[in-house]
Ligand binder design. Sequence first.
Ligand code: GDP
Length: 489
Amino acid sequence: MFESLSEKFSSAFATLRGKGRISESDIDSVAEEIRLALLDGDVALSVVDQFVARIKERSMQALPEIRKSTNQSQEIYSIVNAELVEILGGPARRIRFAKNPPTVIMLAGLQGSGKTTLAGKLALFLKEQGNTPLLVAADLQRPNAVTQLTLLAQSIGVPIHAPEPGNGSGNPVSVAKSGIELAKSKLFNVVIVDTAGRLGIDEELMQQASEIKGAVSPDEVLFVVDAMIGQDAVRTAKAFEEGVGFDAVVLTKLDGDAKGGAALSIAETTKKPILFASAGEKLTDFDYFYPDRMASRILGLGDIATLAEQAKKAIDGDTAKRLEEKFVAGEEFTLEDFLEQIQAMKKMGSMSKILGMLPGANSAAMRKQIDALDDDELIRTQAIVQSMTPTERKDPKILNGSRRSRIAKGSGRTVTEVNNLVDRFSAAQKMMKQMRNGNVPGLKTTGGMGLPPAMAAGMPSLGSAANKIPPKKKSRSGNPAKRAIEEGR
Ligand code: GDP
């Protein structure tokens, strides 16, 4: 969602990088560019003013030191990054579990903000971490909210307390209370209470949410807000804070094409942390909110940490271990491994979402490439690899003309496509070697197989990106063993 913001930040820094020595007026102009970018991104004016003032103040103060640096623009970049993390809420926060279970989590927010969907996502997230959540259907207002939550609960195998059909009838306070009693008696350790919202802020809504809060004394009241509503998110949050009170924010619909204003304004204006972020309609499109990762995305550095985590989840434990051992031992990465990674990537979601997390993904050129990608490319690539014999997959060097033409026929693709894939695969192999040598900036921290090289080879755009990685300097070592390590053999 931060494409345009990220592009503007990148262009502000590109100008700065062009300067060898940074002056006070350079700081003023980069600050002004950032100010305009944030205003255009629908960030609240008060937040923009404070943010820009802090950047200027810190940069000016540090200027004598910055001038000693060999990379002066990088120093300013670090200041902006640190301030971005700060306005996004500082260090990531986690759910506060009650000392005596059950931990009660109440969801509040406007109708349509994604509360009910979020109840399901949160329940699944907690269940996967070994908790025993109970869902409580206390949104008795919105048509079908109870049915929707019941279906969600069934699909994730989480029990639900839904004694009232809803659709305008029943008492939500007693439903919430009896839900807590049930959790206590059946020893569920977390209770998630879904409550009603209205299309706009109104007295009755606030009153009902307050009553539920009073009746169940939640450990966490989470204010759920649609990130796509921009500035309105801040106004709604303030109204909820006054009318009901909440402990943390959950941003939903971060996958939308909104400008990012809500995410950047809400923590600073409400002084409440953003606890979770939801970025898609699937139940797994959900995670803790990491201010540092978000700042990194805004600054065009991508979100390698999340990408690596998702890759780890998608590749099952045994495969990951085997691939990691191969990687560490310096064994050749084969088309068999490649195929496994393609299958894992298919589990990770849409291609543009995955690639959007790579550094530079928000640059105009890369965006164009990503937008042009179609998810069927993975399927086509898989078909080609599956038409190869196990020997060919292990050693693609034997793929002569007639073999390639057989594979093309077998997979229903053209010989050119087969050739392209083989070329991209070789590029990925090279990339693997460079990753092993810690030679690809930003990828060192991913922990071996955390980031599938299939990502680089699976798609035409990134295949060529892999080719663009600067070649490793020639080894100077006279020791053959050492040289082999240096060359990644
Ligand atoms: P509620 O009225 O607050 O309970 O809202 P719902 O949970 O019914 O969500 C409203 C709509 O937003 C539904 O169509 C959801 O599928 C959709 N939705 C919820 N969360 C997300 C998200 O993170 N991304 C996207 N794109 N859609 C979402």
